[in-house]
Ligand binder design. Structure first.
Ligand code: HEC
Ligand code: HEC
Length: 353
């Protein structure tokens, strides 16, 4: 949540202001910032609604805006798409082994949602939305979270009436009262318990869980969902899927997954370079060789080293772009699911001349 230029500027401005009275006199430079200048930077919205600009927006308009500006990454219903974060769902999961933290399940105040969307979304085109558009999109998020009906309109006037489900999950740190007294008791230094005896060993107890793994092979190359750590036990293969030729269902799945790529890449007839290169004929091509794109030095180096986009290399890149080619310019966090990566590779393969 720190990707926010305005926040940095506000902090810098405040720091500057504190220093000003000392400097202004002797140097005769500058002047104190005007209240309206400060107000222009002071954009934080507080839980009680302070800082909100006047405005309103309803669920219907919010849905249209969402489809245009947000759905490619966060899913049509804010449920998340591929590696991009879900915005709703996960209620009640915070105490589970794998909590799903979303606006619906985790965020305490709606003001943070408004402020965050206003400052930093859509990703890559931050601060392009009008105030009323932000209200409408936030109304749509509330609707997707099941917190309001479809005829709901959000405005600066009813804003502070909305409560998010996990508001009471946040409370003032009470450890000084609840925990410190326990730790402050005198520690036992001798004869504290019965003699210790070893009753079993971890290995025999089989405490290391086995992660089920699906192995996909494609174009003769095996793509295996890697075990989490290098020294982790070998993956237990529970299913072997052969992707000989191009499975239409897999290509279709790849087309769906492609939604995460299309903000930056084009593919198919007439595809042009965008933020990233056009990706026709990329499978088995050399790295960084699409005409007309200015690649990063990291890509140029990988290219000079002879790296080829075969299925295994693509798979490693899509799983963790920065892991395969450090300091490259594809700002994409990667795709955890081996199945989804295999589908994308099939989709790329379906775009070969
Ligand atoms: C190109 C992909 C992309 C688009 C389009 C996009 N987002 Fe995001 N969004 C992200 C990424 C990536 C993050 C996580 C950023 C981070 O953690 O720093 C994120 C985070 C968020 C979060 C915070 C989620 C959390 O729990 O931390 C919200 C809320 C959000 N986006 C709303 C929106 C809205 C509303 C739009 C449309 C106006 C939008 N996003 C468009 C990629 C996108
Ligand atoms: C935020 C923009 C962005 C997104 C999203 C993105 N890419 Fe990229 N991609 C790039 C850029 C930029 C490069 C070139 C990187 C460089 O020069 O370091 C690139 C490079 C690539 C390359 C290597 C191309 C070549 O000519 O060497 C492949 C393959 C690729 N991306 C696939 C994908 C796929 C598949 C997805 C979706 C899962 C995706 N990218 C998502 C921006 C993006």
């Amino acid at each position: 949540m720190l990707k926010c230029p305005k926040l940095y500027l506000t902090t810098a401005l405040v720091a500057g202001l504190t220093a000003l009275p000392l400097l202004a006199d002797p140097l005769g430079l500058g002047r104190a910032a005007l209240p309206e200048e400060i107000a222009a930077w002071d954009v934080a919205v507080m839980p009680d609604g302070r800082g909100l600009p006047p405005g309103h927006g309803n669920v219907y308009d919010g849905e249209d805006l969402w489809i245009d500006h947000c759905a490619a990454c966060h899913g049509d219903f804010a449920e998340g798409a591929g590696a991009w974060p879900p915005i709703v769902g996960g209620r009640g999961s915070l105490t589970a082994a794998r909590p799903l933290k979303t606006v619906e399940s985790y965020w305490p105040y709606l003001s943070t949602v408004w402020d965050y969307v206003n400052r930093s979304m859509p990703f890559g085109a931050a601060q392009t939305l009008e105030d009323d558009e932000v209200y409408a999109i936030v109304a749509y998020i509330l609707y997707s979270a099941g917190l309001v009906d479809d005829d709901f309109e959000l405005s600066h006037e009813n804003f502070s009436e909305i409560r998010l489900p996990n508001e009471s999950g946040f409370y003032i740190d009470d450890r000084a009262v609840v925990e410190f007294p326990i730790f402050k008791q005198d520690p036992c230094m001798s004869d504290c318990g019965d003699a210790v005896s070893i009753v079993a060993r971890a290995q025999e107890l089989n405490v290391t869980p086995e992660f089920p793994v699906i192995r996909y092979s494609f174009s003769g190359v095996s793509l295996v969902e890697a075990p989490v750590a290098e020294d982790a036990p070998a993956p237990q293969i529970i299913e072997e899927v052969q992707l000989a030729g191009l499975d239409p269902a897999l290509v279709a799945a790849g087309e769906t997954a492609w939604r995460q790529c299309r903000t930056c890449h084009q593919i198919g007839e007439g595809a042009r370079n965008g933020t990233g290169p056009a990706l026709n004929n990329i499978v088995d091509a050399s790295v960084g060789q699409v005409d007309g794109l200015r690649y990063s030095p990291a890509f140029a180096e990988a290219s000079a080293g002879g790296m080829i986009w075969d299925a295994a290399t693509l798979d490693a890149f899509l799983e963790n772009p920065a892991g395969l080619i450090p300091r490259n310019r594809m700002s994409f966090r990667g795709i955890r699911s081996a199945e989804e990566r295999a589908a994308l590779i099939a989709y790329l393969t379906s775009h070969m001349d």
